[in-house]
Design a protein around this ligand. Structure first.
Ligand code: ZN
Length: 377
């Protein structure tokens, strides 16, 4: 008889969950839903845990049927195959695809590569990875890190500035408004790599990056909301009311933008990075024709320079994309990386691919600034 299987999620970014071993080497696991306080919406997308079981043992992993609540409607949490990753050492990760079962659960089978195997929805990026990035910037004259405030639980919110001196227009990138969406964090690492290794990028523009907006949620292994139950990609727009007992992280971002506005130094362009099942660029529905033309130029540059092929859709109201445009006239968009499948690379994306994508994107950004913001400068 094999030893009982055992699951642990008691570590940073580990996802709280129920689990049980079923006959035949199946582990059924149920990560906790993450709930939005104001609406009753709930979402289960993140998982990250360690499975103790002998190397070489065949196991089947299963999440029983789950329903998210979105806009007051209950919807199947897993309508499509779901990409994920596993690892023996937390460094090198291998894709694992979960397929829907007839009862609307999802399942995947594998041979355990180790006595302790890590499983994660997206290759994890938490505070240790962010700390390594920040450390790598120390001593770089083009890079500065400013603390723009603290999260609800008192963690510092870093803003990275990449610049070769005053006088250039800037782009703002934000990652991890939603804690499960680690793809955006790896992507911005690629942007930083390119900006610091290809002089043409910072010749054209400054880049500001808020790399981990919902840091408490990342540490606690949550899916979508901050620890006050607020969605950090909602509430932007006229009459915004971010507060200390609500979306505190957004209050700090709004204050940062206000101080930029006061000094005449608002970003020209801003992008909020997310993960979903579709991979589309979310464009605003704006009557500002110049804005719409510049964002269509962005789309074509992303097609030309990066892995992007998935197309566009109209973004939701009061998001970072819609709100920063409405409030400040910034060319702002939401971009959803497809967390399951990157069609143009024909693979389930991991950190290496996300970083390469960000590296490519820095060139799209350079060309956008050259054509749209710096012409005649
Ligand atoms: Zn998101």
């Amino acid at each position: 008889m094999p030893k009982p299987l055992y699951v642990s999620w008691a570590f940073e970014n580990g996802s709280p969950m129920d689990w049980e071993e079923l006959p035949g080497g199946t582990v059924s696991f149920s990560p906790c839903f993450d709930y939005e306080r104001a609406t009753g919406n709930r979402q289960l997308t993140h998982w990250h845990f360690k499975l103790f079981g002998e190397k070489g043992r065949q196991v089947r992993l299963r999440i029983p049927p789950k329903e998210n609540v979105y806009g007051g409607r209950r919807v199947n949490a897993f309508p499509e195959p779901v990409g994920s990753q596993f690892s023996s050492d937390g460094v090198s990760w291998t894709p694992l695809v979960f397929h829907p079962s007839p009862d609307k659960g999802i399942e995947a089978s594998l041979t355990l590569p180790s006595d302790e195997t890590l499983f994660a929805r997206i290759e994890p990026y938490a505070v240790p990875q962010l700390s390594s990035l920040l450390k790598s910037l120390e001593g770089r004259s083009e890079a500065k890190v400013e603390i723009i405030g603290e999260t609800v639980e008192g963690r510092p919110l870093e803003m990275i500035s990449l610049s070769r001196g005053p006088g250039r227009k800037s782009a703002l990138l934000r990652a991890r408004a939603h804690p499960w969406e680690a793809g955006g964090s790896w992507f911005v690492e690629g942007v930083v790599d390119r900006a610091l290794s290809d002089p043409a990028i910072l010749d054209e523009l400054d880049i500001r990056i808020l790399p981990m907006a919902c840091k408490d949620g990342v540490v606690r292994g949550l899916t979508r909301f901050n620890v006050n139950g607020c969605d950090l990609n909602r509430g932007f727009g006229k009459g915004l009311s971010f507060s200390r007992d609500g979306a505190l992280e957004n209050l700090h971002l709004a204050n940062w933008l206000e101080s930029r506005k006061a000094s005449g130094d608002l970003p020209s362009f801003a992008m909020d990075l997310h993960d979903d099942d579709y991979g589309r660029l979310h464009l605003n529905d704006s009557r500002d024709q110049g804005h719409m033309e510049r964002m269509r130029l962005l789309e074509s540059l992303m097609r030309e320079c990066t892995f992007f092929t998935e197309g566009t859709e109209r973004g939701a109201g009061s998001t970072f994309g819609a709100g920063l445009h409405e409030l400040y006239g910034i060319d702002s968009v939401v971009y959803e990386l497809n967390s399951n499948w990157l069609a143009s690379a024909n693979l389930v994306p991991g950190s290496k691919t996300w970083k390469e994508f960000g590296f490519q994107f820095a060139e799209a950004l350079r060309r956008l600034f050259k054509a749209a913001y710096n012409k005649g400068a």
